[in-house]
Design a protein around this ligand. Structure first.
Ligand SMILES: *Cc1c(COP(=O)(O)O)cnc(C)c1O
Length: 483
């Protein structure tokens, strides 16, 4: 499909404004007005409608197709919660509205949402308190490792090293480095778990902590997680939990009970907001009691008269990490999501997410074996290595072929420790019929690899763009011209 951006024709109009029924007046002082009229496109209403509808159809999204992008939890998010976020009392809220004393109680509802959402998360995950401010998972990580740094500093200890397993998301070492730590990599063992011997060898008085993703990015639950936390604590360190994979365990196990001291939660993965596309996120960070004094300012506290207020005065705080309320709209959706599902509902989320991933893993076993052949959690990491070795068809070819067949591609080549990785996260919101269609398509692609590998190297053939130079596409995106 071609899409033309330069539709403007001089004099063409898409609106009819009623005639002026008041005396004309110069509302804007002459000195502040544009010298030349703005160069707005002159188009009809139909031109504008077609332009935007066609643009929207170039998007692949959860609303249009199955989107098994591993690690991203691209679940379907109920439209009902979008309606709640649109309520004028919330959507129109200005962060500088007065809290309580003067100007009425205009922000009390929003502060109550922040306060209660924090309570819900603390209960669900087993932490003492949360900061609701961080604006993305990576931002939550940075906040969390800054809390760990503040903790050691307060105790007069110098611990410059952060340990990070080799299965970790790339944001983990980046966040630790940004907070001033030196990172040290802990290898995975043959099962895909943290290598305990290597961990023990790496622990020492210079280690501030460990950043652990549970379940990890292979979609595997490390059976030694309690022991890992114990070992780190014994060495005087703290354990950071990357909670991006919470969808696998939500309502079943509380990370705080396992021994994690601090953890971010991607509300835009697990709790009712789609992830990806560079849209807004929110990643509240939960902490054990020892880290509460260091939490960022401000925090919402409940007063004895039942009212809510933002409090700013905490002597040991790490300071500001985000302005005002954080991404309030995302927190509001998560609050609505938790209220809708309730305790039993969130348990059903994790049950169905894990069942769906294992269904896909088992059905694709022969053509795409799991990188680590174990029961997985909410996602399965398969490998295209057999296809690569036998037919020269790689994970990238499979991903591109899926696009032509009406599916978003899974995550590929991540985690780095699995060769030819194809990382599939169906999420709990997909039906068996959808997964069966996906499985059938994956098997069709595997069969085609044997018969006609070239056909897969040519894919995609029916998309708006063909294969891109991925480095250039990321560094110099050209979003206006379509090949
Ligand atoms: C998504 C993800 C992150 C980063 O979260 P963002 O909100 O994208 O910054 C970190 N770790 C893991 C395991 C993830 O899947």
């Amino acid at each position: 499909m071609s899409l033309i951006f330069e539709l403007s024709v001089p004099g063409r109009r898409g609106t009819t404004l009623p005639g002026l029924d008041v005396p004309a007046a110069d509302a804007i002082p002459a000195g502040l007005r544009r010298i030349k009229p703005a160069a707005l496109p002159e188009v009809s209403e139909l031109d504008a409608v077609r332009h935007f509808v066609n643009l929207s159809r170039l998007n692949i999204g959860v609303d249009t197709c199955f989107y098994p992008l591993g690690s991203c939890t691209m679940k379907y998010n109920p439209k009902f919660h979008e309606r709640i976020a649109e309520l004028p009392g919330f959507a129109g809220l200005h962060p500088l509205l007065p809290q309580l004393r003067r100007g009425g109680a205009l922000t009390q509802g929003a502060l109550a949402v922040l306060f209660e959402a924090e309570q819900f998360l603390a209960e669900l995950l087993g932490f003492s308190a949360f900061t609701m401010q961080p604006l993305a998972g990576a931002h939550g990580e940075l906040t969390g490792v800054m809390l760990i740094a503040a903790y050691h500093k307060k105790r007069g200890e110098t611990r410059p090293v952060m340990l990070i397993p080799d299965a970790a998301h790339g944001t983990n070492p980046a966040s630790a480095a940004l907070a001033g730590f030196t990172t040290r990599t802990i290898p995975s063992d043959a099962n895909g778990d943290v290598d305990l011997a290597a961990l023990k060898a790496a622990l020492g008085p210079e280690v501030a902590g460990l950043m652990l993703t549970c379940p990890n990015t292979l979609g595997l639950y490390d059976p030694n997680v309690r022991e890992i936390c114990r070992l780190v604590h014994e060495a005087g360190g703290l354990v950071y939990g990357d909670g991006a994979n919470l969808n696998a365990i939500i309502g079943r196990v509380r990370p705080g009970d396992l021994g994690f001291d601090v953890m971010h939660v991607n509300l835009h993965k697990t709790f009712g907001t789609p992830h990806g596309g560079g849209g807004p996120g929110a990643a509240p960070v939960g902490v054990a009691k020892v880290l509460v004094p260091f939490l960022p300012t401000s925090r919402v506290l409940k007063r004895t008269d039942g009212s809510y207020a933002l409090e700013y005065h905490f002597p040991d705080t790490i300071g500001y990490v985000a302005p005002f309320y954080g991404n309030f709209g995302i927190i509001l959706r998560a609050y609505a999501y938790m209220l809708t599902l309730g305790a039993e509902g969130v348990r059903r989320v994790s049950a169905a997410a894990v069942l769906n991933a294992n269904y896909v893993r088992a059905k694709l076993r022969d053509a795409f074996p799991a990188a680590y052949p174990r029961t997985c959690m909410h996602e399965c990491v398969l490998t295209a290595q057999p296809l690569a070795e036998a037919h020269g068809v790689h994970a990238l070819d499979v991903a591109k072929a899926l696009l032509d067949r009406g599916f978003h591609a899974p995550t590929i080549y991540f985690p780095l420790i699995a060769p030819e990785a194809v990382m599939i996260e169906p999420t709990e919101t997909e039906s068996k019929q959808t997964m069966d269609a996906f499985i059938a398509t994956m098997l069709e692609i595997a069969a085609l690899a044997e018969r006609d590998p070239e056909a897969l190297h040519r894919a995609p053939e029916h998309q708006t763009v063909r294969r891109l130079d991925e480095t250039r596409a990321a560094r110099f995106p050209d979003l206006a011209s379509l090949a």
